[in-house]
Design a protein around this ligand. Structure first.
Ligand code: PLP
Length: 386
């Protein structure tokens, strides 16, 4: 066994695919410490600065004092506690849905919903840039899976035309996690009625960010549609942990009885639910966080544009700087870290060959000084290698 592991590790190392962990000392924030040295953090999904917000911390501490730490078991066995129910009500209201159900992570939610609503006889149409957890979910569902080119409504329509399945499910991210582009939901929605299809929308990066009040991709397009099932995460812009699905009462009832990643896992800790509820309150009461985030996005992109750096199709807080070659990308990421800027390099298989990139994410908590300093260092490092 040890030999097999060593061999596989060597193979990863030779292919430059071995990954390792970096310890961040202290909480998430615009600047963090690594080995005692300060770094500007430009790869966290804590987009609104809520992960270390005093109100979230207080809500979690109060809930721990009242309910303890662990939930004890699966929700169906002994685990449903008032903070779970309260958060689900809060999410349903926030998303304008009849009901919501918590999952332990976005990964669980995607596995849990897609496998419950699409079985062997279903046709799933999944955007090629969808998150890895969606791909895993589609495979696990045993449905007939077709991946359509990113955001290509015409390609999708011709696939739908040929489908004979009664159950046709379109699956897309709202914001694509490696490109920062927004799915053309307005166009996709027109296909739902025409082909009697459903849509599963993964709003992991859109929740709290997109739309006038942060409700996500549908709000961004000013669209409501009863055939859209919305998923969102609590661990990104909401600063907590976990995920949810919002939809009809019937959908939620079906998931409670059928969704294996809901049924066969210990419930979220009550304190995490209390913190997430507090996060939704803050998002509703403090729209200025989103205003600052969008100002920072524009400021950072303007800086890249002025330096002639390509950020492709990004329309959001996820801003990939295309560096193409994987070795060059990882080297640039290391050099930036030495210079005090923490940005992850992304390479195949996460992105296609030749499309390696430095994936920047900005937060509402970055100051103009943070971003200016980061831009200067990025231009220093990428200046000669382009
Ligand atoms: C992060 C992410 C997930 C997984 O969410 P977690 O709560 O981190 O497990 C799912 N889908 C997309 C698009 C994501 O970016």
């Amino acid at each position: 066994m040890r030999e097999l592991i060593t061999e596989e590790l060597k193979r990863l190392e030779v292919g430059n695919l071995k990954r390792s962990l970096i310890v961040i000392e202290g909480p998430q924030g615009p600047r963090v410490r690594i080995n005692g040295n300060p770094k500007i953090l430009l790869c966290s999904n804590d987009y609104l600065g809520l992960a270390n917000h005093p109100r979230l911390k207080e809500a979690a501490i109060r809930a721990i004092e009242k309910y303890g730490v662990g939930a004890g078991a699966s929700r169906l066995v002994s685990g449903t506690m008032p903070p779970h129910a309260l958060l689900e009500e809060r999410i349903a209201a926030f998303k304008g849905a009849q009901a919501a159900l918590l999952f332990n992570s976005g990964y669980h939610a995607n596995l849990g919903v897609i496998t419950a609503i699409a079985g062997r006889t279903a046709d799933i149409f999944s955007d090629k840039l969808n998150h890895a957890s969606i791909i895993d979910a589609c495979v696990l569902s045993r449905a007939n899976l077709t991946r359509y080119p990113n955001g290509d409504i015409f390609a999708l329509e011709s696939l739908l035309k040929r489908s004979k399945a009664k159950n046709k499910l379109i699956v897309t991210d709202g914001v694509f996690s490696m490109d920062g582009s927004i799915a053309p939901i307005d166009g996709l929605i027109t296909l739902l009625d025409r082909y009697n299809a459903f849509m599963y929308l993964d709003d992991a990066h859109a929740t709290g960010v997109l739309g006038k009040t942060g409700r996500g991709t549908l709000e961004h397009f000013n669209i409501e549609h009863p055939s859209v099932i919305q998923m969102g995460t609590l661990g990104k812009a909401l600063g907590a942990f976990g995920a949810f699905v919002a939809g009809s009462k019937e959908l939620i009832a079906l998931l409670v009885s059928k969704s294996r990643p809901f049924i066969f896992t210990t419930a979220l800790p009550p304190a995490i639910c209390a913190a997430a509820t507090e996060a939704i309150d803050i998002i509703e009461a403090e729209p200025e966080r989103r205003t600052r985030l969008w100002e920072n996005i524009e400021f950072f992109k303007d800086g890249l544009k002025a330096a002639g750096l390509d950020y492709t199709k990004s329309a959001t807080q996820i801003i990939p700087i295309i560096t193409k070659d994987p070795n060059y990308t990882m080297q640039a990421s290391r050099r930036l870290l030495e210079k005090g800027v923490f940005i992850q390099g992304i390479r195949p298989p996460t992105v296609p060959a030749g499309a390696s990139r430095l994936r920047v994410t900005v937060s509402s908590t970055h100051t103009k000084e943070d971003l200016t300093e980061a831009l200067t260092k990025i231009i220093e490092v990428l200046g000669d290698g382009r």
